[in-house]
Design a protein around this ligand. Structure first.
Ligand code: GLN
Length: 473
């Protein structure tokens, strides 16, 4: 049987020796997934496909070819396309939809020898913070099934935390990788906007969305990022900046590092339990020799408002394509074109998605565009400016990932504003386009995991990984 909760980096040597074989490993993981269906982390499990790929990787290993992710068992969020398999976005709207092409990250993962074990559950169209709005039912937190795993990539996080996959891929528009990583006690990285190709990621808010990895060790995060990052001609927003080998010289020596602590992220909204765990980690960073400096990000109080105006605006436009005409859900017995649009969209989308489409359409409409959308764009600029200024004084910034630990299933579903407020510390990175990582760093009184967030300069994932590595040791 596989060593429980071991990461890929420590398993790799055995895999290269053929012990276990990749087929054996995949068989074990498929079994584990069957034993953990109550967590509801997966929408689709790839039994045959995964075993077929495993055979091919075993053959490669026999012939002396050792691709960098050979035999890594990866779960992929179900808003990322894999050819000839369905991609649902956890929506009734796309529940029958099959992709005709592979997302660039999928191609890169499989070329590197990774085995995709299945597609993970999420909040419908990645809109949410708890993974409860899925058409396929809520995901549960492996630490306690009465609690949410966070969202929207809750299935990916839960799959890794329950060891139903070694690593996972998610998407982060306002915290959807970092917050579920924090709620489930694993690592989750949102790369710089443009670092990873979005080709094949179903768009939510195109100027915010970014794909990134979940893992149980910093080395695995670095390994995955090295494989998925880089320019892609199919995504015009992907960057041509060279991709470093993120695993190289991962060093815990952070004695020259200057770390900022933003006062606006440590207010009374922050749960006392979370605060004390984070404070402890800041002392550890100090012990490692890092310079800790108080900083200010003065426009923090406007992040949630700006985020929910801009992302809903982009979503209302991106989701206009789901109209019942071609590949989506179509209502039955329609009378005319208008009836088809109206009823297909009313029946195909869930409540939260409809709420966002309406909000977004409103802020873009004549008369309100200047008052909301344009103003929010200006605020986005100011928030970016706050970070530019901070990064002239410090190398990275430390904050809690979320103001609380995981909450109970059902606790916030009827209160969208409370749900939105769980994103107060994560949305700023997407507004500014900077990278952020959530690092597991302890538990609260109830035994639920606490996550610490590090924010870095654009394209400086390396500093985040080094700092995370120091804390991991
Ligand atoms: N929770 C945030 C939202 O609901 C973030 C979602 C995400 O990052 N995909 O929009």
């Amino acid at each position: 049987m596989i060593a429980e909760r071991s990461d890929y980096s420590s398993l790799r040597k055995n895999l290269l020796d053929g012990n276990p074989s990749v087929v054996r490993l995949v068989t074990d993981y498929l079994q584990r997934i069957k034993e953990h269906t109550h967590i509801n982390a997966f929408i689709t499990v790839f039994d045959d496909r995964a075993l077929q790929y495993a055979h091919a990787v075993d053959e490669k290993l026999h012939s002396g070819d050792n691709p960098p992710l050979a035999g890594m068992i990866v779960a992929v969020k179900d808003n990322i396309c894999i050819r000839n398999t369905r991609v649902t976005c956890a929506s009734k709207m796309l529940s029958e939809f099959t992709s005709i092409y592979d997302a660039t990250v999928v191609k890169r993962l499989e070329d590197a020898g990774a085995i995709i074990i299945g597609k993970t559950n999420l909040d419908e169209f990645a809109m949410g913070s708890s993974s409860e709005s899925s058409y396929f039912g809520a995901v549960r937190n492996p630490h306690d099934p009465e609690y949410v795993p966070g969202g929207s990539s809750g299935g990916s996080a839960a799959a890794v935390a329950a060891d139903c996959a070694i690593t996972a891929i998610g998407s982060d528009t306002g915290g959807s990788i970092r917050q579920p990583a924090s709620f489930t006690g694993i690592y989750g990285l949102k790369p710089t906007y443009g670092r990873v190709s979005r080709c094949g990621l179903v768009a939510f808010a195109s100027s915010f969305d970014q794909i990134g990895p979940f893992a149980r060790s910093v080395t695995d995060v670095a390994l995955l990022l090295s494989v998925i990052a880089g320019y892609d001609p199919s995504d015009s927003t992907s960057s041509k900046i060279a991709v470093p080998d993120y695993t190289e010289r991962l060093s815990k020596n952070i004695s020259k590092l200057r770390i900022g602590v933003p006062e606006e992220y440590f207010t009374s909204d922050l749960d006392e339990n979370v605060r004390s765990v984070i404070d402890e980690q800041i002392y550890r960073l100090k012990d490692f020799g890092a310079g800790i400096k108080k900083i200010s990000l003065p426009h923090t109080e406007y992040t949630i408002a700006a985020y929910y105006i801009l992302t809903t605006a982009e979503a209302s436009s991106n989701l206009a394509r789901y109209d019942g005409a071609r590949y989506t859900y179509r209502a039955e017995e329609i009378s005319d074109l208008n009836d088809m649009y109206t009823r297909s969209r009313s029946e195909g989308f869930g409540e939260e998605v409809k709420r966002r489409i309406m909000l977004g359409t409103f802020v873009l409409s004549t008369g309100y565009y200047d008052a909301y959308y344009r103003k929010a764009q200006k605020v986005r600029r100011l928030i970016k400016g706050d970070f530019d200024k901070a990064f002239s004084e410090v190398d990275c910034i430390v904050t809690p990932t979320s103001p609380t630990t995981a909450f109970r299933i059902g606790e916030k579903v009827d209160d969208p504003l409370q749900m939105y407020l769980t994103d107060v510390y994560t949305t700023s990175a997407n507004l500014a386009g900077i990278p952020g990582i959530s690092i597991p760093c302890g538990k609260d009184r109830k035994g639920m995991p606490v996550g610490l967030q590090l924010l870095g300069k654009q394209f400086d994932e390396k500093t985040l990984l080094n700092t995370a590595f120091a804390l991991e040791q």
